[in-house]
Design a protein around this ligand. Structure first.
Ligand code: ADP
Ligand code: MG
Length: 227
């Protein structure tokens, strides 16, 4: 099986020098195959967000190697982070991370605009994705005018606009009610069935149930979960 993501002895320590060190991620190795839907479970404070931030190049590792799509991201230069993310990754966060002063449509298309894509092709791509995600009729609204579920659909659309190989989701349903959570997870399942690999971190067993590969994180360590 070809992997989309590979971690080798990844460590992320915070602090140091005078104070005490937090070993947020402490020697994690794992592989995610292409097309896999992986869940990383674990209690609050176990290091899930830190691990995801290292994979997403938001944070740098203390030691170890992370390979995304056969590229060692610990060797990417800082000036190349943005283009690496744009080409390979989509992000979904618990609190949506939408820009309040932009419309839903602008939030979705922002990375294409920054990248100076052709305006008519931007519109075509945004509308195609918005149709698929059922948010076409709210494109001209602002985030404060739509529901939490619609915001997260917008965030999913933004994650998809560059056709990423891998979607990283950090507690994607953490701010949603249970029915809306199910809808978002069904959406992620559909995307996965269309070939996008997904890594979701969560403390919620119901969310993890959508995955086909599960891990448990405890104090910076990771172990595979059977079944
Ligand atoms: P989770 O997402 O599983 O709740 P985190 O990755 O956010 O866990 O945190 C793991 C550990 O690392 C916690 O002890 C947290 O306090 C610590 N930590 C996270 N980010 C930082 C930071 N920027 N500086 C120092 N410690 C941090
Ligand atoms: Mg977290």
């Amino acid at each position: 099986m070809e992997h989309i993501l590979k971690l080798e002895q990844v460590k992320k320590y915070y602090g140091g020098a005078a104070g005490n060190i937090t070993k947020a991620v402490d020697g994690i190795s794992m592989e995610v195959n292409k097309g896999e839907f992986t869940a990383i479970m674990g209690a609050s404070g176990s290091g899930k967000t830190t691990l995801l931030n290292c994979i997403s190049t938001i944070d740098t590792v203390t030691a170890g190697h992370i390979t995304v799509n056969h590229q060692d991201i610990t060797k990417i230069k800082e000036k190349d982070f943005a283009s690496f993310r744009r080409k390979n990754l989509g992000f979904i966060f618990q609190d949506f991370n939408l820009l309040d002063t932009l419309t839903i449509e602008e939030n979705i298309s922002l990375s294409l605009i920054i990248n100076k894509a052709n305006p008519s092709s931007i519109e075509r791509r945004v509308h195609a994705i918005a149709d698929k995600l059922g948010i076409r009729d709210i494109l001209s609204k602002f985030p404060y005018e739509v529901s939490g579920g619609q915001k997260q659909r917008c965030a999913c659309a933004r994650a998809l606009i560059n056709e990423p190989n891998l979607i990283l989701a950090d507690e994607p349903t953490g701010a949603l009610d249970s029915e809306t959570s199910r809808q978002i997870m069904e959406l992620l399942r559909r995307l996965n069935q269309h070939g996008i690999s997904i890594v979701v971190v969560t403390h919620d067993n119901e969310v993890a149930a959508y995955s086909n590969s599960r891990y448990l994180m405890e104090d910076g360590h990771l172990k595979a979960v059977d079944g």
